[in-house]
Design a protein around this ligand. Structure first.
Ligand code: ZN
Length: 149
């Protein structure tokens, strides 16, 4: 695990320890489940979608520090945003962690930039993007279990 130490910046550690929005919002009307068998991460994402806007969002699950922190930061980043902005942010975030700088620059990813180091650990990209894939499935109403493989 030593190679991961540099990756674990303070923000990631903090969000892993105290995940934000670790709950099912009362008005949740969309949900999806995600599973990353490679690492054992499991997450469910619950969204209150109203007029195409993510009014509220929460998540539950268990996983490694990266997957938990990513889900936590994701909920903060997308709350109150229209679905099309959420999908654009997902694209930018995916670009950031998968090492596609052009995509990453297409949108201001804000705090999510703490995950930039993940691109040096390809196996962790799935941990970082699991919650996002699951969120996308939830807001698009696909409602099925998302697997990263
Ligand atoms: Zn993981």
């Amino acid at each position: 695990m030593t190679d991961l130490r540099e990756l674990y910046q303070a923000t990631i550690l903090d969000h892993n320890k105290k995940p934000r929005n670790f709950r099912v919002p009362e008005g949740a009307n969309r949900e999806a489940v995600g599973h990353n068998p490679l690492c054992g991460d499991k997450v469910s994402v619950h969204v209150q979608l109203s007029d195409g806007v993510v009014e509220d969002v929460g998540f539950q699950g268990t996983g490694c520090a990266i997957s938990t922190a990513s889900a936590s930061l994701m909920t903060q980043a997308v709350k109150g945003r229209p679905v099309e902005e959420v999908l654009a942010l997902f694209d930018a975030f995916h670009g950031l962690v998968a090492g596609d700088p052009e995509k990453a620059r297409s949108k201001d990813v804000g705090k999510l930039t703490v995950f930039a180091g993940v691109r040096d650990y390809p196996v962790r990209v799935k941990c970082a993007t699991l919650a996002w894939h699951t969120l996308r499935s939830a807001v698009l109403g696909q409602g099925k279990t998302v697997k990263t493989e």
